[in-house]
Design a protein around this ligand. Structure first.
Ligand SMILES: Nc1nc2c(ncn2[C@@H]2O[C@H](COP(=O)(O)OP(=O)(O)OP(=O)(O)O)[C@@H](O)[C@H]2O)c(=O)[nH]1
Length: 943
């Protein structure tokens, strides 16, 4: 008997099982179907068969299974259909090889929670019992293929049933189920096999009628319902350098298995995914493409409320790549998203030894925290300085508006610094180490931490009516919606649903703004409320924005966008034109409308999107429009041309020193506004400023780190530099039109400050670099606090001291902008500038000096009301004079300057000496001998 492998005793009437059965050491299959109807206990001897693999006890009257069952250590199949079991011993669940457990047709009332110990379980048959409740633990039997629960008394099912991803059969007929788990539709194998049965349940959610229509309608309904009832709607952002392993990590998290991405699957700009790991956890995952070209778009999607995973490839990490792989990304978040949570995740751990990983992680954490401490130190020192200045200012008797404004600015800045200090993002002090290769090392731990972090975060329920509004929005066919279109939808939906929600803050506009803001935070839509241009648009389908960015901001533009006759024909491009225009884009960032059209067609985007895309890209400051005439010849004939500063690769023009000489030309004033950032400027800041400048300048020449531009007679240079760990963006303007120079500085500086609001927590310092020091070539120029640009020059203040040379007085209008409205003392300022410049340049050539812009401005400032007569004597006609007066209605000085420059440009045939003579004669003829005398003295003009 010791060799016996199968013993079938079906239909016998056995009373006992002999102890000798233990000698059947090879017994693998024992069938006692209906053979022991006289016993209510299973004879303990059976449990001594430690090699038994199949035990069939069907059709008996056993009421219990004793704890000795644990002796069947190799049992795979345990069949006990049609018995009288009342309960189950926990030892049954120690049979770790058990694959099939059939306990149907008994009197069981519950399944104990230790069922989850049966990790190999494939089939669990519990039909025709009295089960009222199933422990949630059953959801951990992840290998389960068949679960039969029909004909029981179940009132509910565990919510996490969806975790049984391999399930192919689920029978639930004839129970008391009212609701199904919301995530049931995640059981996709069931959908494939169709082996789900729900007959005869008092179902209300989903209604039985839906269930009867088949699994597709059941699943569709559940999905809708789930979205509607989801409690947590969170945004999780995967960010990090190119090829860090973000998309592979996303796959590992969502799919629960390894799916490494291939090179051709690289993320373009950003991808959105919905991850629903638990019934009440709905996560939008934003996966950012790490290529630097996409960084132009990233910040549009970063929000403080999101959980940010900064991902890096540990096999590539070395200390000098800290910034590129980790530091810059952490900083982008801390500068932009004050309340954000950050987790650091290192991937590719399968390629690096444990010791090496630990060493690298230590280096990263040290660097990150040291940097943060130094930032905090800098902020605190700056705050202390401001506080003591404010202290001093409070004891000083001021009374002067001038100082009061300065104090006010200091107070604002101190408050701003305090805000930065108190709302710092808490930086992580550990790194999650994972591998997304086959073993998925560490992914499970990361997942658990993610869930607990997301669960512990503030709950974000989406009220029914908001959800309704969102669904109606998402049903709209248009690519984007205007504010008014959105408002109409909002009013309609809310009125139908809930009046109080509609007027929540007293007005539908305010209510809608609140809802839109919330939906933006959860990543459902995009709405940029802080940007006046963009706040009028609602991206109800964020994909629109991504699609738009993808067409242009793609790392592989050169390889992917190839010429094809059919598209070329539609876009009006021959192969030759296409080749030239493509090169212009790749090397100079110039995109023609035709090329854009071609790119959109090539990327399967409709033609109607073209105008919209151009408009949006302009609004997002991603590009600016240039006139076809000033562009390269390859682009001539193009209807519109857009410049994308991100694609500029050029160095400064070779003749830059001629166009913008190091030595400031005589008679030129220079005003310099500078922003300084510790280490580096915010990503994309320079490119965006560059795009915004376009509205203020008339011609320009761009290169990677600079722009040389002009407006009328003024020149402008915008430059970014990085030296000694300080990054700076400097705006310099040169020319002689004081008002125009200040206009340019003010406008550009305002644009910069508006843009900096996109990174509310970036620290920067703003200065006016002292013109006096620049003109006198001082090595260490005075830095006037940038706040001076907000002020206007105090009345009757024409001279101030430069702290760098206290004995030297400099024109006040070099430091403080002139009041645009108040023109009366402009003459005095010009006089001060004139005198100052004369001192700097010590010019002796009187005639040249008098005829310069500044010289004529000086004359204008001394002329006063009797200028008409002088103008007539300079041969301007009466109608011309009247025209000048009409064009500059309240600004007498501008009228005079216009009259003088009109005369000057008209007298081009005369030499300088003759011109000066004509001017002197006109002054004499107008009885202004006093001025003739003064000019001769000041400009050292000889007769
Ligand atoms: N051995 C190993 N390879 C990995 C791991 N994670 C990712 N990879 C590989 O690394 C490369 C980059 O992975 P991706 O997931 O595409 O990286 P990404 O950060 O999404 O890249 P971008 O799309 O450029 O931003 C791919 O070739 C992956 O197959 C890992 O944990 N181990």
């Amino acid at each position: 008997m010791s060799q016996l492998q199968t013993l079938k005793m079906k239909g016998n009437f056995l009373k006992h099982v002999s102890k000798n059965i233990i000698d059947c050491k090879q017994l693998k299959y024992l069938d006692l179907t209906g053979a022991m109807k006289l016993n209510s206990w299973i004879p303990a001897e059976i449990f001594l068969l430690s090699n038994l693999q199949i035990l069939d006890l069907t059709n008996n009257y056993f009421t219990e299974i004793s704890s000795e069952v644990m002796g069947l250590t190799n049992l795979k199949k345990f069949i006990m259909r049609r018995n009288a079991l009342l309960r189950l011993p926990k030892e049954l669940f120690t049979l770790k090889y058990l694959e099939y457990l059939d306990l149907s047709e008994s009197y069981l009332e519950e399944i104990p929670s230790c069922v989850s110990d049966l990790k190999m379980l494939k089939g669990l048959y519990l039909c025709h019992n009295k089960i009222k409740h199933i422990s949630e633990e059953i959801c951990n039997c992840e290998n389960l293929l068949e679960l039969q629960l029909h004909n029981n008394e179940l009132e509910s099912l565990p919510d996490k049933l969806f975790k049984l991803r391999k399930l192919e059969e689920l029978t639930l007929d004839n129970n008391k189920l009212k609701r199904l788990p919301l995530m049931l539709d995640k059981l996709v194998r069931l959908q494939e096999t169709g082996r789900i049965s729900l007959r005869n349940n008092p179902l209300t959610v989903p209604p039985l009628a839906i269930c009867e229509q088949g699994i597709d309608s059941l699943y569709g309904y559940l999905k809708e319902l789930r979205i509607c009832e989801a409690k947590h709607r969170r945004k999780m952002i995967l960010i990090g350098a190119s090829q860090a392993g973000k998309s592979s990590l996303r796959n590992a998290l969502i799919l629960g298995r390894s799916k490494l991405t291939a090179e051709h699957e690289r993320t373009w700009v950003m991808e959105r995914h919905l991850w629903e790991p638990e019934p009440d956890l709905r996560i939008q995952i934003l996966d950012f493409g790490g290529h630097h070209i996409y960084s132009a778009a990233h910040h549009m999607f970063l929000t403080p409320e999101a959980l940010h995973l900064v991902v890096f490839d540990v096999s590539r990490y070395c200390p000098n790549l800290y910034d590129d792989l980790v530091g810059n990304w952490v900083e982008a978040i801390t500068d932009r998203a004050p309340g954000a949570s950050i987790m650091l995740v290192c991937t590719h751990s399968d390629l690096v030894s444990r010791e090496e990983i630990e060493e690298k992680i230590q280096d990263i954490l040290d660097k990150m925290h040291t940097e943060e401490e130094s930032k905090l130190g800098g902020l605190k020192t700056e705050l202390q300085r401001l506080e003591s200045e404010l202290q001093r200012a409070s004891v000083r008797e001021s009374g002067e508006t001038f100082n009061d404004v300065a104090v006010e600015r200091m107070r604002d800045k101190a408050n701003y610094l305090r805000r930065i200090l108190t709302t710092r993002v808490t930086l992580p002090d550990m790194v999650y180490v994972v591998s997304c290769a086959e073993e998925l090392t560490g992914v499970h731990d990361l997942q658990s931490s993610l869930f607990s972090m997301l669960h512990n975060s503030e709950e974000r329920p989406l009220p029914q009516s908001w959800y309704k509004f969102l669904t109606v929005l998402q049903e709209q066919k248009a690519r984007i919606l205007s504010w008014h279109q959105t408002l109409a939808i909002f009013e309609r939906t809310m009125k139908n649903m809930n009046q109080s929600m509609y007027m929540l803050q007293g007005s539908p506009e305010k209510s809608m703004a609140m809802v839109l803001k919330y939906l933006h935070v959860t990543g459902e839509i995009l709405w940029y409320q802080d940007n006046p241009e963009l706040s009028q648009i609602v991206f109800h389908r964020p994909e629109t924005l991504v699609e738009m960015l993808r067409t242009i901001f793609r790392h592989d533009y050169d390889e992917v966008i190839k010429y094809q006759d059919n598209y070329g024909h539609l876009a009006g491009l021959t192969r030759h034109k296409f080749d030239k225009q493509k090169q212009e884009f790749l090397h100079h960032g110039l995109m023609t409308q035709e090329m854009l059209h071609y790119t959109l067609l090539f990327c399967d985007l409709s033609i109607d999107a073209r105008e919209l895309f151009i408009d949006l890209m302009l609004k997002f400051d991603l590009c600016y429009e240039v006139a076809p005439s000033v562009s390269a010849s390859a682009l001539l004939g193009a209807s519109r041309i857009l410049q994308f500063p991100w694609f500029l690769t050029a160095d400064p023009p070779v003749d830059i020193s001629q166009k913008w000489p190091n030595d400031i030309p005589p008679e030129n004033i220079i005003i310099c506004f500078q922003l300084q950032f510790p280490r580096k400027e915010p990503p994309n800041f320079f490119e965006k400023v560059s795009a915004r400048l376009q509205s203020y300048i008339s011609s320009r020449e761009d290169w990677k780190d600079g722009i040389l531009a002009s407006k009328n007679r003024s020149q402008l240079l915008l430059k970014r530099e990085n030296s000694n760990g300080i990054a700076s963006v400097t705006l310099s303007v040169r020319g002689s039109e004081l008002q125009e120079l200040w206009f340019l500085v003010r406008k550009c500086r305002n644009e910069m400050l508006i843009l900096l609001k996109e990174w509310p927590f970036v620290r920067f310092d703003a200065h006016i670099i002292c013109s006096h020091c620049l003109l006198s070539k001082k090595d260490d120029p005075t830095m006037w606090p940038g706040e001076v640009v907000d002020m206007t020059c105090q009345r009757n203040l024409y001279w101030i001291k430069c702290p760098n040379s206290p004995d030297q007085l400099i024109p006040a209008c070099f430091v403080y902008p002139l009041d645009e409205e108040f023109q009366d003392d402009l003459g005095e300022h010009i006089k001060a500038v004139q005198e100052f410049l004369q001192g700097v340049y010590d010019t002796v050539d009187g005639t040249g000096n008098l005829l310069s812009d500044l010289g004529l401005a000086y004359v204008a400032s001394r002329l006063g009301a009797d200028w008409n007569l002088v103008a007539l004597n300079l041969h301007l006609t009466q109608p011309e004079i009247e025209r000048i007066q009409m064009d500059n209605p309240t600004q007498t000085l501008n009228q005079i300057r216009k009259a003088l420059t009109t005369w000057f440009s008209r007298s081009y045939s005369m030499d300088d000496h003759e011109k000066v003579q004509q001017l002197m004669n006109a002054l004499e003829a107008s009885s202004r001998n006093d001025l003739v005398f003064e000019l001769k003295e000041r400009f050292r003009i000889e007769d």
